[in-house]
Design a protein around this ligand. Structure first.
Ligand code: SF4
Length: 406
């Protein structure tokens, strides 16, 4: 069968697979840019034809942003859309009735390189359904990567999936070939995973490969990695599919960021797929996904710990308020931060101050005191959100309480 027909059939189910960041397109979402990660789902959900609006999208090509910020045209696809496992949420699960396709490694590498040489794509996100076990499937992914790097001399961006149950040596080899690796944990612990994917083992099959990546990164020199550095790692959780709480999700998220150095945790609000055991399970509120992203960034970029956050009795974050704003109302409203003296890590705790603006403030105040709001605005820093929580040269800036939550 023609390779492009196969890619098109696979792409119908791949649109929501997490890969790299997608550029923010105003109007597509009400969420602020910090939370505009790819709309995601486990292995994707069927997209209606009008959403695959261009020929490129129909083949699985996505405009994305590389780790580091460069734009990239990414082919997101699978070596095979057949799978012997039966995850309850997944369109590729065994026994679901639709047309499956398989690429051999040589065929996939050649198809991608044809598209690359034609200037259509410059990066590849390659995953796979599982056939003959995770180890055999991982070998095929690795074979494809070796052909791309060694036979075709491809030096562009490659994101490889690590299959459940892959062996340590396979993980290590993937680290020498890819720019990014991902293992989808899907759930925060084994108990919740059984609700979603009864044939997956959380600790042995999913978490262990991420532990190996971390161990190899710590014990072997980065020059052994592709481009002289080890690849970054990411994962994904399905949110709202297993009755899991935010506390469970964020406990594991904090561990992944702080102990295993994951670059990114993706949260995918559950969305039911027809003709799966979970087709009648309600879709999750996207606002919950948004709050989880905001909190994960607090762990990764802002120095927050899990125990500093407020959860309700069910272990969930309040949906109606940004978690950083909620923390600041409790901790800073009566004890505002003096912008001229605060340490960078204290500045980062203030709503409206991110890593870049904290650094700008630290640099600017070496030249002289920041006396009022205008001094900050002249530095390009928006002041609206920070005003209730700071002092400028000993004075609180004037502010009005918002009429509604932001
Ligand atoms: S292992 Fe599970 S999530 Fe992955 S493709 Fe197969 S059924 Fe889907």
């Amino acid at each position: 069968m023609d390779a492009f027909v196969k890619l098109q059939d696979i792409a119908i189910h791949m649109g929501l697979e997490p890969a790299e960041e997608v550029p923010h397109r105003p109007g597509l979402t009400a969420a602020p840019p910090a939370a505009v990660s790819p709309q995601i789902a486990p292995c994707g959900e069927p997209l209606t034809p009008h959403r695959l609006s261009t020929k490129k999208e129909a083949l699985g090509i996505q405009e994305a942003v590389r780790p580091g910020g460069q734009p990239i045209r990414l082919l997101k696809t699978l070596l095979t859309s057949a799978c012997e496992r039966n995850c309850y949420y997944c369109p590729f699960r065994a026994g679901r009735n639709y047309r499956r396709h398989t690429f051999q490694p040589e065929e996939m590498a050649q198809t991608f390189m044809d598209m690359h040489r034609a200037g259509v794509v410059n990066g590849l996100f390659l995953s796979s359904g599982i056939i003959k076990g995770g180890v055999t499937t991982q070998d095929k992914l690795l074979d494809t990567a070796v052909i791309l790097r060694q036979k075709h001399g491809f030096r562009g961006f490659l994101h490889l999936k690590i299959m459940p149950g892959a062996e340590r040596e396979q993980v290590r080899q993937a680290m020498t070939l890819a720019d990014r690796l991902s293992v989808n944990l899907e759930a925060p612990n084994d108990q919740r995973l059984q609700t979603l994917a009864p044939k997956k083992e959380f600790m042995r099959e999913l978490l262990q490969p991420l532990r190996w990546v971390d161990e190899i990164r710590r014990t072997e020199p980065g020059q052994l990695g592709w481009h002289g550095r080890w690849p970054s790692t990411v994962t994904q959780f399905v949110v709202g599919g297993a009755a899991e709480s935010d506390l469970e999700l964020l406990t594991t998220t904090e561990f992944l960021h702080k102990q295993l150095q994951l670059r990114r945790v993706y949260f995918s609000a559950f969305s039911p797929v027809v003709d799966t055991p979970m087709e009648n399970h309600p879709a999750e509120n996207p606002l919950r996904q948004h709050r989880l992203y905001q909190t994960a960034f607090l762990f990764r970029d802002y120095g927050f710990d899990l125990e500093e956050l407020a959860f309700n009795q069910k272990g969930n974050l309040p949906l109606e308020v940004d978690p950083k704003l909620a923390w600041a109302r409790t901790n800073l409203q009566e004890n505002p931060v003096e912008v001229n003296r605060a340490a960078p890590e204290e500045l980062l705790r203030v709503p409206g101050i991110g890593p870049k603006s904290a650094q700008t403030i630290v640099t600017a105040r070496r030249r002289g005191k920041l006396r009022d709001e205008k001094d900050l605005q002249q530095l390009g820093i928006a002041t609206k959100r920070m005003k209730p929580f700071v002092l400028l040269d000993g004075q609180r800036p004037s502010y009005q309480l918002p009429l509604w939550e932001e």
